[in-house]
Ligand binder design. Sequence first.
Ligand code: 13P
Length: 255
Amino acid sequence: MKKNKILVVGNWKMNPENVSSALTIFKDIKKETKALKNTQVVICPPYVYLSDLEKVNSGLASSAVILGAQDMFWEKSGSYTGEISGGMLSGEGYVILGHSERRELGETDEVVAKKVSSASKVGLKTILCIGEKERDLHGDYLHFLRGQIINSLGKLPKRFLTKIIIAYEPLWAIGKGEEEAMKPGDIYETSIFIKKVLTEIYDQKVAITVPIIYGGSVNHNNAREMIISGQIQGLLVGRESLNARKFGELLKNVD
Ligand code: 13P
């Protein structure tokens, strides 16, 4: 049986500040990915850099990198100033939806669900972000996560689950130091919980096929252990994906 590759997604957020820096980082990352055997790398830069990076990507052969977007709107076209549709992105393979930084700006589960449905219909793979703000001793965060998964998927038909990746990013672990990242044992526990919720909504057969990835202060030191002991299928990386040398180190360690 063919083993699935580990998925490592770099979320550049609103960085770097100009296209020439984006090109430099991207070219350097491409060099770092040449020898990878077991890892699929996805880079999600700001929209406006996508076509320039795509040119570099197709120009340099033996590419292990796929480009993705950080968000999209659910309608195909129309009077939606500032928005971008899934169809406009469909050259790109992946789209991050429901990132906590967008949810902080007011994006609700219902909005995320419309986007997930629209992305799935145009054939994009969705990296659906979920995560609690804080952990409590009574397990309320589990109820919160459960609600977020159910409501963000909305009524997404089962056949589209092949296009869904769940990115678990606890807000308290994002943008922190290495020691504040989640412990692999806790990642493992949460990933089992996510599969349990997916089983509840769909069924076990489909739930076990949905990749679960973790994000929040992942770096070249902790990445490998998170994959092995956390038993997850990949990582969603913020800051470290903007440093080609360190990101390259992370990729080698994971691979
Ligand atoms: P950091 O890796 O910088 O903590 O960011 C995580 C994140 O939000 C990725 O989407």
